[in-house]
Design a protein around this ligand. Structure first.
Ligand SMILES: C/C=C1/OC(C)=C(O)C1=O
Length: 331
């Protein structure tokens, strides 16, 4: 066989990537409800890519509270049509690119939150599948020093953490109290507040068994919420980041002129609530902190859950007791 006809290992690898099957495995629900509505389908159509999208061979995904709230129908008024493939966070390899895609090519390792607006018309077909189609503007190159499972644990939570800190005008020398500091978003708020924004002092709440974990993230004051009401403490903070839904209590823990940023639940002024907007540029901006190891993904040690155990993964995240993120890997 002449050298010219012998395919190189790289082209063999690339050709494997480029042979996208017409059907795939995907987790799907056709009605809103409990984990019993989740079904693993084997012959689900692989999505087409629009001009500005890439097709990703999914290596890992992660669950967020929005996944189970959406499945329960809490956001049905602004949801896309059923059936739904759940999943916001993805990490994987590009296997096809749309005609207007400029930054990525087949074989690139990428990650991101695939739904630009978390609650307002999220895609019908999410990341809990073997392939998913995503706008390139929502993606970033995977950091070189972390694997796909670790990368999948980041996007929605780290973008929520960053956007909330930015919206409060958090800056160097300020103090912050993070409610649910051991959770998916809270564990990243702590790290970003310390490493990116230069917090002077960080306090956080968690249950008894997670206090040492908070301190390992760089928390100065770890508050055991099973024993202490944070709002009764004499210390007050410039910002309270409410990542659990205790907005009514959070406003009692801020200094004069301070602010409360909340993700869910009722808020009273000066508190405000926001919903994350996915943006690959945020991931790119944070890449140096990720590649240096200053900011690290947190994966709950009960995981990663294999693709066959998505029901178990949903049941676990719905306990609201997860440490960091619930990751699905391998897929
Ligand atoms: C990820 C976005 C969310 O927005 C609300 C109100 C929640 O509960 C979410 O998880």
């Amino acid at each position: 066989v002449s050298a010219s006809s012998q395919a190189s290992p790289a082209s063999i690898e690339a050709s494997k990537l480029s042979t996208v099957p017409p059907e795939m495995k995907a987790w799907v629900y056709g009605e809103y409800g409990g984990v019993d509505v989740l079904k693993l389908e084997s012959n689900f159509s692989v999505p087409d890519v629009k001009d500005d999208q890439v097709l990703i061979k999914v290596a890992a995904a992660a669950l967020n509270p929005v996944d189970f709230k959406r499945r329960q129908g809490k956001f049905k008024n602004t949801d896309s049509p059923l059936p739904t493939v759940p999943g916001y966070d993805v990490a994987g390899v590009v296997v096809k690119v749309g005609s207007k895609v400029k930054e990525f090519k087949e074989g690139d390792e990428v990650y991101g939150d695939i739904h630009e607006k978390a609650l307002d018309g999220p895609k019908q077909f999410g990341s809990l599948a073997e392939y998913t189609a995503v706008e390139e503007k929502l993606l970033a190159p995977k950091p070189k020093n972390i694997d796909f499972a670790q990368a999948a644990a980041l996007p929605l939570a780290i973008e929520t953490a960053y956007e909330g800190l930015e919206k409060t005008g958090f800056s160097a020398g300020k103090s912050i109290l993070v409610l649910n500091g051991a959770g998916g978003v809270g564990s990243l708020v702590i790290q970003l507040a310390k490493e990116v924004f230069g917090a002077s002092r960080i306090a956080a709440t968690a249950s008894t068994g997670k206090l040492e974990f908070l301190k390992s993230l760089g928390v100065d004051l770890a508050i055991d919420y099973t024993k202490v009401n944070f709002e009764d403490l004499p210390e007050k903070f410039d910002v309270v980041y409410d990542a659990i839904g205790q907005g009514d209590r959070a406003v009692k823990a801020i200094k004069e002129g301070g602010s409360v940023v909340a993700l869910t639940g009722a808020v009273t002024p000066p508190g405000f609530r926001f919903v994350v907007t996915s943006n690959g540029e945020v991931l790119k901006k944070l890449n140096p902190y990720l590649e240096s190891g200053k900011v690290k993904p947190v994966i709950d040690p009960k995981g990663p859950f294999p693709f066959s155990q998505v029901v178990e993964a949903f049941s676990y995240i719905e306990t609201n007791r997860a440490l960091g993120k619930v990751v699905i890997h391998p897929i």
